[in-house]
Ligand binder design. Structure first.
Ligand code: GLP
Length: 258
Protein backbone atom coordinates (compact mmCIF):
# COMPACT_ATOMS: atom_id res chain seq x y z
CA UNK A 1 0.00 0.00 0.00
CA UNK A 2 1.31 3.44 -0.91
CA UNK A 3 0.20 6.52 1.00
CA UNK A 4 0.58 10.00 -0.49
CA UNK A 5 -0.01 12.98 1.80
CA UNK A 6 -0.44 16.21 -0.15
CA UNK A 7 -2.76 19.16 -0.81
CA UNK A 8 -5.94 18.18 -2.61
CA UNK A 9 -4.94 19.61 -6.02
CA UNK A 10 -1.81 17.45 -5.96
CA UNK A 11 -3.82 14.37 -4.92
CA UNK A 12 -6.15 14.91 -7.87
CA UNK A 13 -3.19 15.20 -10.18
CA UNK A 14 -1.59 11.98 -8.84
CA UNK A 15 -4.88 10.10 -9.39
CA UNK A 16 -5.33 11.59 -12.87
CA UNK A 17 -1.74 10.55 -13.72
CA UNK A 18 -2.60 6.93 -12.84
CA UNK A 19 -5.74 7.04 -15.00
CA UNK A 20 -3.92 8.73 -17.88
CA UNK A 21 -1.11 6.15 -17.76
CA UNK A 22 -3.71 3.39 -17.88
CA UNK A 23 -5.61 4.91 -20.82
CA UNK A 24 -2.38 5.51 -22.75
CA UNK A 25 -1.47 1.87 -22.37
CA UNK A 26 -5.04 0.55 -22.75
CA UNK A 27 -7.54 2.96 -24.36
CA UNK A 28 -10.41 0.50 -23.74
CA UNK A 29 -9.64 0.23 -20.03
CA UNK A 30 -12.36 -0.44 -17.46
CA UNK A 31 -12.51 2.29 -14.84
CA UNK A 32 -14.44 2.01 -11.57
CA UNK A 33 -16.22 5.24 -10.71
CA UNK A 34 -16.91 6.51 -7.20
CA UNK A 35 -19.41 9.15 -6.17
CA UNK A 36 -19.33 11.36 -3.07
CA UNK A 37 -17.53 14.68 -2.84
CA UNK A 38 -13.97 13.33 -2.42
CA UNK A 39 -13.36 12.23 -6.06
CA UNK A 40 -14.70 15.49 -7.55
CA UNK A 41 -11.25 17.15 -7.81
CA UNK A 42 -10.07 14.05 -9.73
CA UNK A 43 -12.98 14.39 -12.17
CA UNK A 44 -12.23 18.11 -12.57
CA UNK A 45 -8.61 17.28 -13.40
CA UNK A 46 -9.63 14.56 -15.88
CA UNK A 47 -12.06 16.96 -17.58
CA UNK A 48 -9.28 19.55 -17.80
CA UNK A 49 -6.88 17.03 -19.35
CA UNK A 50 -9.57 15.95 -21.83
CA UNK A 51 -10.12 19.56 -22.90
CA UNK A 52 -6.52 20.72 -22.91
CA UNK A 53 -4.49 17.58 -23.69
CA UNK A 54 -7.01 15.38 -25.54
CA UNK A 55 -7.20 12.67 -22.87
CA UNK A 56 -9.86 10.37 -24.30
CA UNK A 57 -12.41 8.03 -22.73
CA UNK A 58 -14.04 7.18 -26.06
CA UNK A 59 -13.14 3.50 -25.84
CA UNK A 60 -13.16 3.10 -22.06
CA UNK A 61 -15.84 1.40 -19.99
CA UNK A 62 -17.00 2.83 -16.65
CA UNK A 63 -18.66 0.99 -13.77
CA UNK A 64 -20.17 2.77 -10.79
CA UNK A 65 -19.55 1.48 -7.31
CA UNK A 66 -23.06 1.80 -6.01
CA UNK A 67 -26.54 3.30 -6.27
CA UNK A 68 -29.43 4.24 -4.01
CA UNK A 69 -32.48 1.98 -4.10
CA UNK A 70 -35.79 3.54 -5.10
CA UNK A 71 -34.43 6.98 -5.97
CA UNK A 72 -36.26 8.83 -8.75
CA UNK A 73 -34.47 8.41 -12.10
CA UNK A 74 -34.31 12.19 -12.48
CA UNK A 75 -33.11 12.91 -8.95
CA UNK A 76 -29.80 14.83 -9.11
CA UNK A 77 -28.36 12.61 -6.35
CA UNK A 78 -29.08 9.37 -8.19
CA UNK A 79 -25.50 8.18 -8.63
CA UNK A 80 -25.98 7.46 -12.33
CA UNK A 81 -26.87 11.15 -12.75
CA UNK A 82 -24.00 12.29 -10.55
CA UNK A 83 -21.49 10.34 -12.63
CA UNK A 84 -22.98 11.66 -15.87
CA UNK A 85 -22.78 15.24 -14.61
CA UNK A 86 -19.41 15.14 -12.86
CA UNK A 87 -17.37 13.16 -15.36
CA UNK A 88 -19.01 11.32 -18.30
CA UNK A 89 -20.64 14.38 -19.90
CA UNK A 90 -17.49 16.47 -19.42
CA UNK A 91 -15.34 14.12 -21.49
CA UNK A 92 -15.93 12.05 -24.62
CA UNK A 93 -17.39 9.09 -22.75
CA UNK A 94 -20.41 7.54 -24.56
CA UNK A 95 -23.27 7.09 -22.06
CA UNK A 96 -23.69 3.50 -23.28
CA UNK A 97 -20.20 2.71 -21.93
CA UNK A 98 -20.89 3.95 -18.40
CA UNK A 99 -22.77 1.48 -16.24
CA UNK A 100 -24.43 1.49 -12.84
CA UNK A 101 -26.46 -1.02 -10.86
CA UNK A 102 -30.22 -0.51 -11.32
CA UNK A 103 -31.60 0.71 -7.99
CA UNK A 104 -35.11 0.69 -9.43
CA UNK A 105 -35.07 -2.89 -10.67
CA UNK A 106 -38.08 -5.05 -9.76
CA UNK A 107 -35.76 -7.85 -8.73
CA UNK A 108 -32.86 -6.18 -6.93
CA UNK A 109 -30.92 -9.40 -6.26
CA UNK A 110 -31.06 -10.27 -9.95
CA UNK A 111 -29.88 -6.74 -10.85
CA UNK A 112 -26.92 -7.23 -8.49
CA UNK A 113 -25.96 -10.58 -10.01
CA UNK A 114 -26.26 -9.11 -13.51
CA UNK A 115 -24.07 -6.18 -12.53
CA UNK A 116 -21.32 -8.43 -11.19
CA UNK A 117 -21.56 -10.48 -14.40
CA UNK A 118 -21.32 -7.33 -16.55
CA UNK A 119 -18.11 -6.29 -14.77
CA UNK A 120 -16.66 -9.74 -15.39
CA UNK A 121 -17.78 -9.74 -19.04
CA UNK A 122 -16.00 -6.40 -19.54
CA UNK A 123 -12.78 -8.03 -18.37
CA UNK A 124 -12.83 -6.76 -14.78
CA UNK A 125 -12.01 -3.31 -13.45
CA UNK A 126 -8.50 -2.07 -14.28
CA UNK A 127 -8.51 0.90 -11.93
CA UNK A 128 -11.06 1.56 -9.22
CA UNK A 129 -11.45 5.07 -7.83
CA UNK A 130 -12.65 4.99 -4.21
CA UNK A 131 -13.70 7.36 -1.46
CA UNK A 132 -14.26 6.28 2.14
CA UNK A 133 -17.12 6.87 4.55
CA UNK A 134 -16.43 8.26 8.02
CA UNK A 135 -17.59 4.88 9.39
CA UNK A 136 -14.99 3.10 7.22
CA UNK A 137 -17.27 2.01 4.39
CA UNK A 138 -16.08 1.76 0.79
CA UNK A 139 -18.75 1.95 -1.89
CA UNK A 140 -21.71 1.27 0.43
CA UNK A 141 -20.14 -1.71 2.20
CA UNK A 142 -21.04 -0.84 5.76
CA UNK A 143 -19.45 -2.35 8.90
CA UNK A 144 -20.12 -6.07 9.13
CA UNK A 145 -20.19 -6.66 5.38
CA UNK A 146 -18.53 -9.91 4.35
CA UNK A 147 -15.08 -9.46 2.89
CA UNK A 148 -16.15 -12.00 0.24
CA UNK A 149 -19.33 -10.11 -0.71
CA UNK A 150 -20.36 -9.57 -4.32
CA UNK A 151 -22.66 -6.80 -5.58
CA UNK A 152 -25.61 -6.87 -3.19
CA UNK A 153 -28.48 -4.95 -1.60
CA UNK A 154 -27.23 -3.09 1.49
CA UNK A 155 -28.68 -1.11 4.39
CA UNK A 156 -27.09 2.26 5.11
CA UNK A 157 -25.93 3.03 8.64
CA UNK A 158 -27.38 5.98 10.51
CA UNK A 159 -23.90 7.60 10.30
CA UNK A 160 -23.84 7.33 6.50
CA UNK A 161 -27.34 8.75 6.22
CA UNK A 162 -26.36 11.65 8.51
CA UNK A 163 -23.22 12.24 6.41
CA UNK A 164 -25.17 12.14 3.14
CA UNK A 165 -28.10 14.27 4.35
CA UNK A 166 -26.20 17.29 3.02
CA UNK A 167 -27.07 16.09 -0.48
CA UNK A 168 -30.78 15.78 0.47
CA UNK A 169 -31.69 19.25 1.78
CA UNK A 170 -30.03 18.40 5.13
CA UNK A 171 -33.04 16.16 5.81
CA UNK A 172 -32.07 12.63 6.88
CA UNK A 173 -35.62 11.40 6.22
CA UNK A 174 -35.02 12.07 2.51
CA UNK A 175 -31.87 9.89 2.41
CA UNK A 176 -32.70 6.42 1.07
CA UNK A 177 -32.13 3.57 3.53
CA UNK A 178 -31.23 0.89 0.97
CA UNK A 179 -28.57 0.74 -1.71
CA UNK A 180 -27.03 -1.56 -4.29
CA UNK A 181 -23.29 -1.79 -3.91
CA UNK A 182 -20.38 -3.63 -5.42
CA UNK A 183 -19.24 -6.04 -2.72
CA UNK A 184 -15.88 -6.00 -1.00
CA UNK A 185 -14.96 -9.15 -2.93
CA UNK A 186 -15.92 -7.42 -6.19
CA UNK A 187 -13.89 -4.30 -5.39
CA UNK A 188 -10.84 -6.36 -4.36
CA UNK A 189 -10.73 -7.90 -7.85
CA UNK A 190 -9.92 -4.52 -9.43
CA UNK A 191 -6.30 -4.52 -10.59
CA UNK A 192 -5.52 -1.16 -9.01
CA UNK A 193 -7.26 0.80 -6.25
CA UNK A 194 -6.93 4.58 -5.88
CA UNK A 195 -8.66 5.86 -2.74
CA UNK A 196 -8.94 9.55 -1.96
CA UNK A 197 -9.93 11.06 1.40
CA UNK A 198 -9.82 14.63 2.59
CA UNK A 199 -10.75 16.43 5.79
CA UNK A 200 -10.63 15.71 9.49
CA UNK A 201 -13.91 13.79 9.35
CA UNK A 202 -12.03 10.97 7.57
CA UNK A 203 -8.98 10.87 9.88
CA UNK A 204 -10.13 7.94 12.02
CA UNK A 205 -11.29 5.88 9.03
CA UNK A 206 -7.91 6.51 7.34
CA UNK A 207 -6.02 5.55 10.51
CA UNK A 208 -7.95 2.29 10.63
CA UNK A 209 -7.53 1.65 6.90
CA UNK A 210 -3.77 2.17 6.88
CA UNK A 211 -2.69 1.10 10.37
CA UNK A 212 -5.61 -0.67 12.04
CA UNK A 213 -6.35 -4.36 12.41
CA UNK A 214 -8.23 -5.82 9.45
CA UNK A 215 -11.79 -6.13 10.70
CA UNK A 216 -15.40 -6.07 9.61
CA UNK A 217 -15.91 -3.02 11.85
CA UNK A 218 -13.83 -0.99 9.38
CA UNK A 219 -14.59 -2.50 5.95
CA UNK A 220 -11.92 -0.42 4.18
CA UNK A 221 -9.22 -2.32 6.12
CA UNK A 222 -9.60 -5.13 3.57
CA UNK A 223 -7.55 -2.90 1.25
CA UNK A 224 -4.48 -3.93 3.27
CA UNK A 225 -4.79 -7.24 1.40
CA UNK A 226 -4.76 -5.57 -2.04
CA UNK A 227 -1.43 -5.80 -3.89
CA UNK A 228 -1.76 -2.46 -5.71
CA UNK A 229 -3.49 0.21 -3.64
CA UNK A 230 -2.74 3.91 -3.53
CA UNK A 231 -4.16 5.95 -0.65
CA UNK A 232 -4.35 9.70 -1.30
CA UNK A 233 -4.92 11.90 1.75
CA UNK A 234 -4.63 15.54 2.68
CA UNK A 235 -3.00 16.63 5.95
CA UNK A 236 -6.32 16.62 7.82
CA UNK A 237 -7.27 13.09 6.78
CA UNK A 238 -3.69 11.97 7.58
CA UNK A 239 -3.68 13.64 11.00
CA UNK A 240 -4.18 10.40 12.99
CA UNK A 241 -1.55 8.34 11.15
CA UNK A 242 1.14 7.23 13.59
CA UNK A 243 3.75 6.70 10.84
CA UNK A 244 2.89 9.69 8.62
CA UNK A 245 6.54 10.76 8.35
CA UNK A 246 7.56 7.30 7.20
CA UNK A 247 4.85 7.30 4.49
CA UNK A 248 6.07 10.72 3.31
CA UNK A 249 9.64 9.41 3.03
CA UNK A 250 8.50 6.28 1.21
CA UNK A 251 6.40 8.32 -1.23
CA UNK A 252 9.33 10.68 -1.90
CA UNK A 253 11.49 7.63 -2.72
CA UNK A 254 8.86 5.84 -4.82
CA UNK A 255 10.91 6.09 -8.02
CA UNK A 256 13.63 4.01 -6.36
CA UNK A 257 11.20 1.27 -5.38
CA UNK A 258 10.31 0.02 -8.86
C1 GLP B 1 -20.92 7.72 -0.10
C2 GLP B 1 -20.54 6.77 -1.27
C3 GLP B 1 -19.13 6.30 -1.15
C4 GLP B 1 -18.25 7.48 -0.78
C5 GLP B 1 -18.57 7.95 0.60
C6 GLP B 1 -17.82 9.22 1.01
O1 GLP B 1 -21.84 7.25 0.77
N1 GLP B 1 -21.40 5.65 -1.44
O2 GLP B 1 -18.72 5.70 -2.37
O3 GLP B 1 -16.90 7.09 -0.80
O4 GLP B 1 -19.94 8.10 0.79
O5 GLP B 1 -18.40 10.37 0.49
P1 GLP B 1 -17.69 11.76 0.51
O6 GLP B 1 -16.54 11.66 -0.41
O7 GLP B 1 -18.71 12.74 0.03
O8 GLP B 1 -17.28 12.02 1.91
Amino acid sequence: MDVAIAPVAELASIAADEIQKLLNRKPDAVIGLATGSSPLPIYDELARRHKEDGLSFAKAQGFQLDEYVGIDVNHPERYRNVIEKEIASRVDWPASQVHGPDGNAKDLSLACAQYDAAIKAAGGVDLQILGIGSDGHIAFNEPGTSFASRTHVGVLTEQTRVDNARFFDDDISKVPTLCLTQGLGTIMEARELVLIATGENKAEAIRQLVEGAVSARWPATIIQHHPNALILVDEAAASKLELADYYREKWAKRDLLG
